[in-house]
Ligand binder design. Structure first.
Ligand SMILES: [Zn+2]
Length: 349
């Protein structure tokens, strides 16, 4: 590993767009599938993650989700996810989980959240990485189950159920095409009224009208992906002026959505040039053979960024986060101090 790659690995990093299911180690998929008697198309972990488009990717994603049978499985997933992130300098993550299919199969949201939180606590003790949670509505299941999930979440929070203090807000993911995001307005309204933060996947493969609906109708404070934003200059300017964060996942857009043939053609650099708060994230790192070190290094190379540019990107992750001002300030100070130290080691090394 070159000195700059090692420095990027050690740079403390924040991640705002990462699905816990998408971090599952292939070996864990195989073990949990056998525990829960789920049939896999192959028992060779290296052959599991194969797909050619967003839709075939989602089939694999759903398969991975299906091996999570109980709270212990969720705890294991959350733990391994954080430990694997820590290897690549992750210090804070607001992590998605998407429980629609499990709720549909009879699992209780309370058990899922408690399990995830248990794994997060154990990982925090082992590595110092702090993981908070965002409960994603799965668009494919429709607005009804989405609203029910939020209702149950609100109920659990009121009852102070274990782990619910770790759930910061809600999101909206899965299939974009053919789904009107405004159908999910009641779920988002309830979340907003109940003090939950709001974000949603928009504009990965849909036009900027869905991004506008995300902020104006769903009340989202940030947008996940938002690739088509630049097609609407007026909306782009509003995102710049209001510092509405985008959680961008350049390598995922290439590997999952096949949106661009190579990284150099991704709009990430253009987004940042325009002054957008475009954060850098991995989305589903295990399923796409990615990690935060590679994400930072490849983006640095593709767009000719300097070390200082990469530190600014890391700090933008803090600005885009839902940390309270005190914790955000402390994290910013930590990133800056570590970055200075890494920079001087690069200069002398
Ligand atoms: Zn995503």
């Amino acid at each position: 590993m070159t000195a700059i790659t090692e420095a990027l690995r050690r740079l403390p990093k924040v991640e705002l767009h990462c699905h816990v299911e998408g971090t599952m180690r292939p070996s864990t998929v195989v073990e949990l599938a056998s525990k829960n008697e789920i049939e896999l198309p192959t028992s060779d972990p290296t052959q599991l993650y194969r797909y050619t488009s967003l839709d075939t990717f989602l089939e694999i994603f759903w398969l991975v989700q299906s091996v999570l049978g109980d709270g212990d499985d969720w705890a294991r997933l959350a733990y391994e996810s954080a430990v694997d992130g820590a290897e690549h300098g992750l210090v804070y993550r607001e992590s998605f989980f998407t429980p629609a299919r499990h709720l549909d199969a009879g699992q209780d949201l309370g058990d899922i959240v408690a399990g995830l939180a248990e794994g997060c606590v154990a990982a925090e003790e082992a590595t110092g990485v702090r993981i908070m949670l965002i409960a994603d509505i799965d668009r494919a299941y429709g607005p009804g189950p989405g609203l029910e999930m939020v209702q149950r979440l609100v109920e659990l929070r009121r009852a102070n159920a274990p782990g619910t203090d770790r759930v910061l807000g809600i999101g909206l993911d899965s299939t974009e095409l053919g789904v009107d995001p405004t159908d999910f307005a009641p779920a988002f309204e309830l979340a907003g009224r109940s003090g939950l933060r709001r974000t949603s996947h928009q504009g990965e493969v849909t036009p900027p009208t869905t991004i506008r609906a995300g902020v104006d109708v769903l009340g989202c404070e940030r947008i996940d992906h938002g690739l088509s934003l630049l097609d609407d200059p007026e909306l782009t300017q509003r995102f710049v002026d209001e510092r509405i964060p985008l959680t961008v996942c350049p390598n995922s857009n290439i590997r999952i959505a096949n949106a661009y043939p190579r990284l150099e053609l991704h709009p990430y650099a253009r987004m940042r040039e325009l002054g957008l708060l475009a954060t850098l994230n991995t989305d589903d790192p295990a399923l796409t053979d990615l990690d935060l070190t590679y994400e930072y290094r490849s983006v640095m190379d593709a767009f000719g960024y300097t070390w200082d540019d990469m530190v600014t990107i890391a700090l933008d992750g803090v600005e885009g986060s839902w940390l309270d001002p005190t914790d955000a300030g402390a994290l910013r100070a930590r990133i800056t101090a570590d970055a200075d130290q890494l920079a001087s080691s690069l200069a002398t090394g």
